[in-house]
Unconditional design. Structure first.
Length: 208
């Protein structure tokens, strides 16, 4: 719920004062019924993250479908994305030649603690967009002249999903990091999407 409120603030659907108040209420909630009113009156989310993400109950509907055992993504010189509200599978196989692949976990539905991703990157790249509670391990990737990096600026947060990335990177790269603000969000001084909450209930950004 706190993550949904932060996304809403970043989209301009909540003011900073409203965000502070609702985050405090969310952290003090004891039941799901207390959480529902915190987002019930918000305008629909922008469709850029996928039309399903803007529909009420989209996360619950996606979760009912259950995770797939294996999802394969193969890209030549184009682009492939998984974003919005999508169900995280148990395993993924990603092949990238000169294009790029984006896996956005900002609003993903997580139903198991571990996701295994086997990658094969030539001159392209793969980007993993994370959120607090998602840990990425790229230590088992065989790298030739490319690179693999993980940026997790929120510090010590309980892990909800661990993503183990294995495979091979030739001259491309693999990057895992949280979502960044758009130019207009920066102008409005919207909170960072990966901001964490201080004990007092106000957003506090932790930078790498």
């Amino acid at each position: 719920m706190v993550e949904q409120l932060r996304v809403a603030a970043g989209d301009g659907r909540l003011s900073p004062e409203e965000l502070d108040e609702r985050v405090e209420q969310a952290l003090g909630a004891r039941t799901y019924a207390e959480l529902v009113p915190l987002t019930a009156d918000l305008p629909a989310a922008p469709l850029g993250g996928g039309a399903l993400a803007a529909l009420p109950g989209a996360g619950a509907l996606a979760a009912q479908a259950g995770p797939k055992d294996l999802v394969k993504i193969s890209v030549g010189s184009g682009e492939a994305r998984r974003d919005g509200t999508w169900v995280v599978p148990r395993r993924m196989e990603v092949s990238v030649k000169s294009g790029h692949v984006v896996l956005d976990f900002t609003r993903a539905v997580i139903s198991q603690p571990v996701l295994e991703i086997e990658v094969k990157v030539s001159t392209g790249h793969m980007r993993i967009i994370t959120r607090p509670g998602i840990a990425v391990d790229v230590g088992e990737i065989a790298i030739r002249s490319g690179h693999a990096r993980v940026l997790a600026p929120w510090g010590d947060v309980p892990v909800q999903l661990r993503i183990d990335v294995t495979g091979e990177v030739r001259s491309g790269h693999v990057l895992a990091r949280p979502r960044q603000r758009s130019f207009w969000q920066w102008l409005r001084r919207a909170p960072q999407p990966w901001a964490v909450t201080s004990p007092a209930g106000s957003p506090r950004a932790i930078r790498p």
